[in-house]
Ligand binder design. Structure first.
Ligand code: AMP
Length: 207
């Protein structure tokens, strides 16, 4: 099964991706994580991506599509994967259709008013886990692996505004794109816990 996880920044894609990966043994491929690893490693892709990420804009399509197309040829992607953060516009979706067979697009709906607080209060771990300061009770390390938590450089109010704008103008039209292909399933992530959202996802995936 090959899945796309769609949703605004802060919708909980990363959190749900970890749960889906664990429960359904699907490979989790996050383009944001790939870019952040490249930035950390000081690669050419990292240097290019950083300026776009810091501005809340999309990294150019040619670069992003090539990374995903290559990644999907690895052996570990042969038994099913979940794309988190890709595609992010119609061009990427059309390219993806040329090199992959997508079974389902899971769209996580969230009230936009909740997103700013969620993202600005987010603390992440290099292992992929993410938390909200309100639930950490002062803890500064990851409950899963013990590493130090940090705040993503693009999780600040100005960049978040730009990222939400990018989502609304470029990514949200993908909802109709996958609906017209008969591949869309939507869940709602309100104030409920990640486990409640995952229960909705489980019902869809178990069908
Ligand atoms: P994310 O971790 O998914 O929130 O992505 C962080 C940032 O990486 C985004 O704001 C974009 O600048 C960049 N990015 C991630 N995925 C893509 C993509 N599919 N296309 C272009 N840029 C991307």
């Amino acid at each position: 099964m090959n899945i796309i996880l769609l949703g605004a920044p802060g919708a909980g894609k990363g959190t749900q991706a970890s749960k889906i990966a664990e429960n359904y043994k699907l490979l989790h491929i996050s383009t944001g994580d790939i870019f952040r690893a490249n930035i950390k490693g000081g690669t050419e892709i990292g240097k290019l991506a950083k300026s776009y990420i810091d501005a809340g804009k999309l990294v150019p399509d040619e670069v992003t599509c090539k990374i995903v197309e290559d990644r999907l040829t690895w052996d570990d992607a042969k038994h099913g994967y979940m794309l988190d953060g890709f595609p992010r516009n119609l061009y990427q979706a059309q390219q993806l259709d040329k090199f992959a067979n997508i079974d389902l697009c899971l769209n996580i709906n969230v009230d936009e008013a909740l997103l700013m607080d969620r993202i600005c209060g987010r603390r992440v771990c290099s292992c992929g886990e993410s938390y909200h300061v309100s639930t950490l009770n002062g803890a500064t390390t990851c409950a899963k692996c013990g590493s130090e938590l940090y705040q993503r450089a693009d999780d600040n109010p100005d960049t978040v505004k730009a990222r939400l704008e990018t989502y609304n103008t470029q990514t949200a039209p993908l909802i109709d794109y996958y609906k017209s292909q008969g591949k869309l399933a939507s869940v709602t992530s309100g104030k409920g816990s990640p486990d409640e959202v995952f229960e909705q996802i489980r019902k869809i995936l178990d069908k």
